[in-house]
Structures are given as structure tokens and as C-alpha cells.
Design a protein. Structure first.
Length: 277
């Protein structure tokens, strides 16, 4: 998909002049690339994390990241977010409760710079496997899951222009896409979506999450932290992701593409036969 000069580009997209070589022919044209900027999260004046992210939906990112990383116990601990554009990136200044500030000081870390890195900078193994409650079971059909991932392609304007972003989506039990967030980092896209859902007081048991990436351990853990009962990924899960999903009552589907999917945990919740023990 290409944007016409008269169109307003989505936030997070830049237009550049390029030289295109195809079949031995060289052509000068305009191209569209995804923007990637350093985003620093600062809690009550304490610099905690620097992530590489798309410069859109940053208030949602601040809330979602803080919740899924266990920095906030609930949204009420976040009093406000100020977005401050800087010369070298963007600072998100979060005003949080005293209890949250104490937790930050207890597990002080700096997450430096890989795109949407979910665990970089974690300073102990105990912080990786967090104690999280099991999620409530969510049931739908395999057709609904396939419908959602198929429809998701139409909800990604930045990806359609640049080919460089991931998306995370929220779908209802019928497979209808209700909300989508895009980002250059898959973790960021999911954090932005979760932040939006929490801010809008969406019930985590009312739908399921879809992602356009692999289902890594971090993506499963963020899903469990939010409380959703199902995660559908267009690519493969890792063994640890399957283990965490199974132990937290999460239905996990991978390779959800076109007319196929693979159920890695609780297949009966999408109308398939249970797994053999």
C-alpha cells in the first residue's frame, strides 16, 4: 500500500527519497519507513527504562508497560503521564503512588535500548518468573480465532505503508477486531493495547488477544498479567511460553494463519479435542 502525497501519514511514519533497483532498472521514488525513537520512562523523577518504540499512543504504553512489568499493581496507582519531546527522543514522566515508587527503588533497573526488549536489564532471575494469578478460561471457536487474525491485516496502516511494525489486537468471542495498536516492537504493541484496554475499563474476560509475532515467554506473561484467557499468535510459541500458558490456565494458539492454527494449550476452549496427557 502506498500513500498519495495529499494524504496525511499515520503517526510513526516518515517519508523518504530512495533509489529503487528492480530487474536491472533504477528508479527514484518516495518510500515510507517506520519511525523508531528512544522512549524513556521516568517514575516520580526516577529514570527506570529506555525502550525503542513508535512515537504513538505513548500514554497507553506507559500504563500498559507499568502494569505488565509489575511496576503498578493497578491503574489507580498511576496519577498522570506527561509526554515530553526531547532532542534525542521522548520522555514519559509518570506520577505514581508512594507504594509504586518504593517497588521501583527495590527493583531498580535500566532497560537499555533494544527494540521492545521485554527482559533486557532485569537484574535477577527471580524477576523473570513473576508470581501471577491464573486467568479465567475463555471460550470461542477456531473459526473466530482465524477470522480475527485474518481481519487484523486490514487494521495495520503503519505496517501496510512500511512493512516494519507489529500489531496487537483485541477481539470479541465472534472474532471481530475491536481495538488494535501498532509498534516497531512486539512487546510495545501489546503494552499499548493493554494500556488502552485498562484505561477503557474493558473486562479481560470479554475477549482475546491476537499478535502478529511469535508467542514468546514475555508476550504470554504480559497476557496473563492483564488477565486475558486466550492469546493467538500468527507465528510460533517458545517452549517456555507454552509452559507458562499451561500453568496459568491460558489458551495459547500459534501459527494462526489463513485456515490453519495450532493449539498448544486447552484446545477444547476453541472446540477441539483435549490434548493427551
Amino acid at each position: 500500500m502506498k500513500s498519495s502525497p495529499a494524504e496525511v501519514l499515520p503517526l510513526g511514519v516518515a517519508q523518504l527519497a530512495v533509489s529503487d533497483v528492480s530487474a536491472g532498472q533504477v528508479k527514484a521514488r518516495q518510500d515510507y519507513v517506520a519511525q523508531e525513537v528512544p522512549v524513556a520512562l521516568v517514575f516520580n523523577g526516577i529514570s527506570h527504562a529506555v525502550m525503542m518504540a513508535s512515537p504513538a499512543d505513548l500514554e497507553d504504553f506507559a500504563l500498559g508497560f507499568s502494569l505488565t512489568e509489575g511496576l503498578l499493581n493497578n491503574a489507580s496507582e498511576l496519577y498522570g503521564v506527561e509526554v515530553r519531546p526531547m532532542k534525542d527522543g521522548i520522555e514519559l514522566h509518570l506520577e505514581v503512588s508512594a507504594a509504586c515508587e518504593w517497588r521501583l527503588k527495590e527493583r531498580r533497573r535500566t532497560l537499555a535500548g533494544r527494540t521492545g526488549c521485554g527482559l533486557c536489564g532485569t537484574d535477577s532471575l527471580s524477576q523473570v518468573h513473576r508470581e501471577l494469578s491464573a486467568v479465567h478460561a475463555f471460550e470461542t471457536t477456531a473459526d473466530a480465532v482465524l477470522k480475527a487474525t485474518t481481519e487484523l491485516r486490514q487494521w495495520q496502516p503503519v505496517q501496510q505503508l512500511t512493512g516494519a511494525t507489529h500489531a496487537a489486537a483485541w477481539a470479541d468471542a465472534s472474532g471481530n477486531i475491536l481495538r488494535v495498536k501498532e509498534d516497531v516492537g512486539r512487546h510495545n504493541a501489546l503494552d499499548k493495547l493493554i494500556g488502552d484496554l485498562v484505561r477503557s475499563q474493558v473486562n479481560p474476560s470479554s475477549g482475546f488477544l491476537c499478535i502478529t509475532s511469535r508467542a514468546s515467554f514475555e508476550m504470554v506473561q504480559k497476557t496473563v498479567a492483564f488477565g486475558a484467557g486466550m492469546l493467538a499468535a500468527v507465528s510460533a510459541p517458545t517452549a517456555l511460553a507454552v509452559e507458562v500458558a499451561s500453568s496459568h490456565n491460558l489458551m495459547l494458539a500459534g501459527y494462526v494463519r489463513g485456515t490453519q492454527l495450532v493449539a498448544y494449550s486447552f484446545p477444547e476452549r476453541i472446540g477441539l479435542a483435549p490434548l493427551n496427557p
